[in-house]
Design a protein around this ligand. Structure first.
Ligand code: C2E
Ligand code: CA
Ligand code: CA
Ligand code: CA
Length: 275
């Protein structure tokens, strides 16, 4: 452009440089965290809609010494390939947590792990998962792997084969962020999922009365395919009431609980959220 003088280019360069610097800084923070046990997990309760009992939880990654959120650092972990090692750390940590609860004699509940698209087709991960479960004496049904639709964008044979291998280990599979973007119901007929997670953006639309038919049919359809349904990002009582009427199985969201530390979740482990 004619009028974009020197200053404009300089501005552009500074912005780009800032972004790049930020990324390099985050990458360093992540490398350091891997070396120094600098990650921790929070656990957000999932509640059985009909009875109010906690039925499981989702593990969410945090940096111990930094407020940088996963929405910022996960993409960097993915771009740099660090997600492979971080993903294994999360998996081991979650398996150790189930083992610890087993040791304490608690009534075991599955923990969900977020699985990045970048980890797909990593054969080493499958072997690692199986080995760690065996080593720690944890039954695979206590682990749930959350995959997102983006994994399915390329509906390749190897992706489906990978998911089937995951399934064959005995872990559960949930389809995360359902209802965002290019959501297609046909996915549900050819990938081995046990559960769909209705995304917050979708659940927010269900606050409008007009959309209730859509919500109800979506839940019915999932059920008719033999899938369970969990709604996430639930903040409003009205959403809970509607989802309950619509037959949704489980709910996760600030209405019941934010993500908790281990100490906090152990306190409410046998708590009924409706009493
Ligand atoms: P996600 O998997 O969709 O996780 C749900 C996010 O929504 C979490 O944010 C959670 O804290 C937040 N949330 C839960 N209930 C509510 C609610 O009622 N209202 C609102 N506004 N938010 C709610 P978080 O922990 O910041 O994680 C953001 C994203 O980062 C996750 O989205 C996931 O995509 C990614 N992520 C987090 N932990 C991991 C991980 O261990 N591995 C991978 N690969 N990705 C992760
Ligand atoms: Ca998730
Ligand atoms: Ca989600
Ligand atoms: Ca999400």
């Amino acid at each position: 452009v004619k009028h974009s003088g020197k200053n404009n280019y300089m501005f552009f360069d500074t912005e780009m440089l800032k972004k790049l610097k930020e990324k390099v800084e985050i990458e360093n923070v992540l490398r350091e965290a891997l070396k120094t046990e600098g990650f921790k997990l929070l656990y957000q309760p999932q509640i059985h809609v009909k009875t109010g009992w906690m039925i499981g939880c989702e593990a969410l990654l945090r940096l111990k010494d930094s407020p940088i959120s996963p929405a910022t650092f996960i993409p960097v972990a993915e771009e740099t390939g660090l997600i492979m090692e971080i993903g294994k750390w999360i998996t081991k940590e979650v398996i150790l947590q189930v083992a610890a609860w087993k040791e304490k004699g608690l009534d075991l509940k599955p923990i969900a792990i977020n699985f990045s698209a970048k980890q797909l087709n990593d054969k080493e991960y499958l072997a690692f998962l199986e080995k760690t479960l065996k080593e720690k004496g944890v039954e695979p049904q206590y682990i749930e792997i959350e995959i997102t639709e983006s994994i399915l964008l390329e509906r390749t044979e190897s992706t489906i084969a990978f998911l089937n291998q995951l399934k064959n280990i005995g872990v559960k599979i949930a389809l995360d962020d359902f209802g965002t973007g290019y959501s297609s119901l046909s996915y549900l007929t050819f990938i081995p999922v046990d559960k769909i997670k209705l995304d917050k953006s979708l659940n927010d639309k269900f606050l409008e009365i007009d959309n209730m038919k859509v919500m109800n049919s979506l839940i019915s359809l999932a059920h008719s395919l033999g899938l369970e349904v969990i709604a996430e990002g639930i903040e409003e009582e009205a959403q809970y009431v509607r989802l309950k009427t619509g037959g949704c199985d489980y709910i996760q969201g600030y209405l019941f609980s934010k993500p908790l530390t281990i100490e906090e979740i152990e306190k409410i482990y046998n708590h009924n959220f409706l009493k």
